[in-house]
Write a protein that binds this ligand. Structure first.
Ligand code: BDP
Length: 680
């Protein structure tokens, strides 16, 4: 159905004036070489054209008018008449050229096969969004080298922080074996440029530990083959204690010779099954997962051991920096979870092998609605880094609320770290243009599952699409990405495009308005993290406090009187956040503890801001629903109804948020709402 086809709808183009523009180009297809990736490219092109125009491209063996050429720069002698080989210098590994000529031929030429596949998807998107062809002649290169997804799938079929049904990969402790569905998933991801995937949870429990054994490697290889044909490299999350659990050793000490040898043998075995295996993703010494700390070794020791084992095969180690003490004493205000990643990893800069990549969450806490940017970006010039986003909406409405995250991610990517002076945004650190990183890029926790529409909330497909597009090119604007998604997903009716686009673009702000205020975060129900709970985490061990009392609220992270976290940034940002006068309103409570009567730059007091934004937030959600209802005649009923249901829930749930948060702060502060609205 329409939900399943996501942004790959390829609806038949009814409008003759539109289709007339394309038809002269669509007769033949000529393929350079027949690799698995090239065959995918051909299949996508042929199917897409057939679905949009009812035209079956015929295969051609020579250059003739109205031919679409698919090939790499040097794959086919005939191309060379038409294509300037010096383009090789301008294309990176996954880049491509698309151009037309006077014989109505279209050339989709990559440096590699993958480039051709990306070019085909791009070409199809141009048609889906009704862009004109005659003048086309451009080069496209992805800005990031690693463009990855992490699935948090468990082998019992559940998905950690999964809000779209069960796993696409596993059920009942084995593989589901629905390879067609995996292929469709690969198509979606590849169409937006994703080129790597780790498909089991970063928390590797007993059963998943066995994925790297002959019991499951043939199935892993099958998945890798399907993804591989779409240019996506497969990785696995591994259990750091595997040598003990699988190998029967009595230690997982990274400096122990037996342990090192065990991993070397293991790597050899994995590559025997999967020659193009990407490598491993590791969560160590975090939230009760094993790691090198047990043996008094550093995270450099731990990751380098794995890197050495993978090195002969070209594999890499993605090592997560989400390492903190999850058993904090809440009475001790000098400890600060936000400091942890930097404190652990910064001193190790330069000690990692060049096939280790540190994986750093966008913020120093944990994927909140709003938090500061992790100060580790730019702080380790000698260590490869990837940025980790969370497409899964764990803290942002769990795919029941509409919360479109592209604007949030753009803010992170554009954040100036000052690492190499002014003009060193995060995006330029992780794309490798600031420091000579060998591997870098962006990764994210996926939001998909086996629900018919992949993402639970149909409009949450936009987060997955946008993640891919933004990772390919962080300079695309939120507006451009959103428009592309709406057109590819719902068609080009201007009203539909305008309305859905605006609904999406404002939804993160709206969500922020009715949930925890001014960057303080964490006012959610413990463990499942859905819905308001003002003190749920306040007197607990996890290090996630807001410190609200009758006088004020917020976490003092300053150097002067607080935890000193602000000192982890480069000087310009330290000054910005340290100083109450310059700290931006939206992060005020992330960095400072202030009285409720503190005046914001907006002119309002903190308490009045809280009341106002919460009333406003609910009104905005009501508006979202109204806008959707107005589109009823223009959206197919499956998608219309399923989105409406979620918006209805969001209206009710946002009221619960509003009332609980407002009441809490009214009772704490005793300060009434200036407008005398009803607070319980
Ligand atoms: C937290 C999630 C938890 C994950 C952890 C992680 O609540 O389920 O295991 O992040 O990223 O946000 O490792």
């Amino acid at each position: 159905g329409t939900e399943y086809r996501s942004w790959l709808q390829f609806d038949h183009i009814q409008d003759v004036t539109v289709s007339e523009n394309y038809i002269p180009y669509l007769k033949h297809i000529l393929l350079g070489v027949e690799s698995p990736v090239m065959l995918s490219a051909k299949e996508e092109l042929v199917n897409g054209i057939s679905s949009m125009f009812s035209i079956n491209l015929s295969e051609s063996r020579k250059v003739e008018p109205s031919t679409i050429f698919l090939g790499t720069l040097r794959s086919h002698e005939e191309f060379q008449e038409y294509i300037d080989l010096s383009l090789e210098l301008e294309l990176n590994e996954d880049g491509y050229v698309i151009k037309t000529d006077e014989n109505n031929c279209i050339f989709i030429i990559g440096k590699t096969d993958k480039g051709v596949l990306y070019g085909v998807f791009h070409f199809l998107r141009l048609i889906q969004t009704h862009r004109s062809l005659p003048t086309i002649d451009f080069i496209e290169n992805p800005k990031n080298q690693i463009r990855m997804l992490n699935e948090w799938d468990n082998m019992d079929g559940s998905v950690e922080r999964g809000y779209a049904g069960n796993s696409l990969f596993f059920e009942e402790n084995r593989f589901v074996g629905d390879w067609n569905r995996i292929k469709d998933y690969a198509r979606m991801l590849s169409s937006v440029g994703i080129n790597a995937i780790a498909f089991n949870n970063v928390n590797v429990h007993e059963q998943e530990t066995k994925l790297i054994t002959p019991e499951f490697l043939p199935d892993v290889a099958k998945v890798a083959e399907i993804f591989g044909a779409y240019g996506i490299q497969t990785f696995l999350s591994i259990n750091y204690a595997s040598p003990i659990q699988l190998g029967g050793l009595d230690t997982a000490d990274p400096l122990d010779e037996k342990v090192r040898q065990w991993w070397k043998d293991k790597a050899k075995e994995i590559y025997h099954y999967i020659p193009d295996f990407g490598g491993v993703l590791v969560k160590a010494d975090s939230e009760h997962r094993p790691g090198p700390f047990t043996y008094n070794r550093t995270h450099a020791d731990g990751s380098n051991m794995l890197a050495e084992a993978l090195e002969p095969f070209g594999g890499i180690v993605l090592w997560r920096c989400f390492v903190y003490n999850c058993l904090q004493d809440w009475r001790d205000r000098s400890t600060d979870r936000a400091r942890a990643a930097y404190d652990h990893f910064k001193p190790l800069d330069g000690q990692f092998h060049d096939n280790v990549v540190l994986q750093i969450k966008n913020g120093p806490m944990d994927f909140q609605v709003r938090e500061g940017v992790s100060p580790l970006f730019g702080a380790m010039p000698n260590t490869n880094q990837v940025l980790e986003f969370q497409v899964a909406q764990e803290y942002t409405g769990q795919q029941r609320h509409l919360c479109y995250l592209i604007p949030q991610w753009k803010e992170v990517l554009d954040f100036d770290t000052y690492a190499n002076g002014p003009g060193t945004p995060v995006k330029s650190v992780v794309d490798g243009s600031q420091f000579p990183y060998k591997y870098c890029g962006i990764t994210a926790v996926s939001n998909s599952g086996n629900d018919e529409n992949w993402t639970g909330h149909t409009l949450a497909q936009a987060n997955l699409f946008g993640y891919g597009r933004l990772t390919w090119d962080p300079d695309l604007s939120s507006e451009e990405i959103t428009e592309e998604w709406v057109e590819a997903t719902f068609g080009t009716d201007p009203e539909v495009v305008k309305e859905i686009k605006e609904m999406l673009l404002g939804s993160w702000r709206t969500y922020e308005n009715y949930t925890s205020p001014l960057g303080v975060g964490w006012m959610v129900n413990p463990s499942h993290h859905y819905g308001p709970n003002v003190d749920g985490y306040e007197y607990d061990v996890w290090g996630t406090y807001h410190f609200a009392d009758w006088k004020g609220i917020g976490v003092d992270r300053t150097i002067a009187t607080g935890t000193g976290f602000t000192g982890q940034y480069f000087q310009e940002n330290t000054d910005l956040y340290e100083n109450l006068d310059t700290c931006p309103d939206e992060l005020l409570l992330f960095f400072h503890h202030v009285p409720y009567t503190h005046q914001l730059k907006s002119g309002k007091t903190v308490i009045q801001h809280i009341y106002d934004t919460h009333f406003e937030g609910v009104e905005q959600v009501e508006k979202l629903k109204e806008r959707w209802v107005a589109l009823e005649s223009k959206i197919d009923s499956d998608r219309f109804k399923s989105v409406l249901e979620r918006l209805e829930h969001q209206v009710e749930h946002s009221k619960e948020w509003r009332d609980i948060i407002n009441t809490y702060f009214y009772r704490k502060s005793g300060i009434p709402d200036e407008q005398n609205r009803r607070i319980y």
